[in-house]
Design a protein around this ligand. Structure first.
Ligand code: CA
Length: 420
């Protein structure tokens, strides 16, 4: 029983340590990853009233304290339970070529019994099946700020050749002359490069029309956030329409983890000067070229457009430290502070006083670490940790006493001992 307990605690500790390592990797890459953006020199077009030199890739550290993907009023929903594509604008879907299947499918579902299934053949060619929704579908078009959500299920990892590309999520601006122009697109890329067989991850492209022709800028998702294969995952985007010039912004989350935050970029409808837009179109896609395998399948369910809800402060919780006994040693919080968000990492150190040894850290009587210095992951509640010390019992010092008689046959020596 004790062995089992110890084993269980060992596994629990290992879990805590692994979580700690993962989180610190995630943290250390957060700013780096969000700072990764191709340094493009975007010259100023004198004809433009807007300075396009500053594509901000600001750290999101200040955003971590708010949930900016909180949903408000729902404007539109597509859940595939109708058995057809009638929830989307345009039926059948747009821009289809080399399509094997595009419709509602009972293969699998996130909710209900059906999802949208998009299947296409991209072997050595381009293929496209895209589900669009736009204002003509009854959605108010003048929302300066909206949240787009779709759940995806990708059954098979997608690799590519040097000339491949593949996207699953995009916005276009529909122009009054009937044409449409891309504004921002989410591609799937291959970790380690095309052809490497690496994991898939998302990359955001956004388009700069400032010189009359499109120029793509791109940023990869956080380096720790891969696309899960064979599992539903949620992609969510908050899209601020630019009301003048380049004050638009796109934030994206994968399963509620913020993976992109592009600020001060041109977003539609007001950035194609001289080409008044009528509305923004959003689509979820199976759209690419030369993929491996050639037949790609994407399932989509519970797609929606919402107005943003009220931002909520992420709650913080108190970490209290105690010593047992209080004379046993001193404690340091190397991270600093005393209240933290759930998942925060707090580095702690216990130093025993003279005459004591450090035993362990415990929480509610359960040992959580036997290392005097360890990193604690905050739970979603106030918590008290106890550093346990034990008094060191000093070993009695022994000295040797040699007795002898001289001459050795001169008599006897008798020893009486008494411990003190
Ligand atoms: Ca469904």
């Amino acid at each position: 029983m004790n062995r089992l307990n110890r084993k269980g605690k060992g596994i629990q500790m290992l879990g805590i340590i692994l979580l700690g390592i993962l989180f610190s990797l995630f943290q250390s890459n957060l700013n780096d990853a969000l700072g990764i953006s191709e340094e493009k020199s975007i010259e100023n077009n004198p004809a433009d009233s807007v300075d396009f030199k500053t594509y901000a890739t600001e750290s999101t550290a200040n955003l971590a304290t708010t949930n900016m993907n909180v949903l408000g009023q729902r404007l539109w929903f597509g859940g595939a339970e109708t058995g057809n594509l009638s929830e989307w604008s345009g039926n059948p879907q747009m821009n289809s070529q080399n399509v094997l299947f595009s419709g509602s499918s009972a293969d699998r579902a996130l909710s209900g019994s059906r999802s949208f299934k998009l299947q296409a053949d991209m072997g050595g060619k381009m293929a496209s099946t895209q589900l669009y929704v736009w204002g003509a579908n009854g959605i108010p078009t003048n929302n300066p700020d909206a949240i787009y959500t779709a759940w995806f299920f990708i059954p098979e990892k997608i690799d590519m050749t040097g000339v491949s590309w593949y996207n699953i999520f995009q916005w276009k601006a529909r122009i009054s002359d009937g044409s449409s122009r891309k504004t921002a697109i989410v591609h799937i890329e291959v970790r380690g490069g095309k052809g490497s067989g690496g994991n898939n991850y998302l990359q955001l492209y956004w388009t700069d029309w400032s010189s009359g022709s499109s120029r793509d800028n791109r940023i990869p998702a956080l380096s720790q956030v891969d696309i899960p294969i064979g599992k539903w995952f949620k992609i969510q985007a908050r899209y601020w329409h630019s009301t003048s010039g380049n004050n638009g912004r796109i934030m994206m989350w994968q399963d509620d983890v913020l993976i992109f935050d592009q600020q001060n970029i041109p977003t539609y409808p007001n950035t194609i000067r001289g080409l008044p837009t009528t509305e923004l179109q959003w689509s979820v896609n199976n759209y690419g070229q030369n993929t491996i395998p050639s037949v790609t399948t994407v399932y989509i369910d519970d797609a929606s457009i919402h107005l943003p809800g009220e931002q909520q402060e992420i709650p913080t919780y108190t970490l209290s430290l105690q010593r047992n006994p209080s004379s046993g040693g001193t404690l340091e919080n190397l991270t600093g502070g005393s209240s933290y968000k759930q998942g925060d990492q707090v580095k702690l150190r216990a130093t025993p006083n003279s005459g004591f040894a450090f035993l362990n850290w415990s929480r509610n009587g359960q040992v959580i670490s036997t290392n005097p210095e360890f990193t604690f992951t905050m739970p979603g509640s106030n918590v008290t940790l106890v550093a346990n010390f034990e008094a060191v019992t000093t070993e009695p010092t022994t000295t040797s006493l040699q007795l002898g008689a001289s001459p050795s046959n001169g008599g006897k020596v008798r020893i009486k001992t008494r411990s003190n």
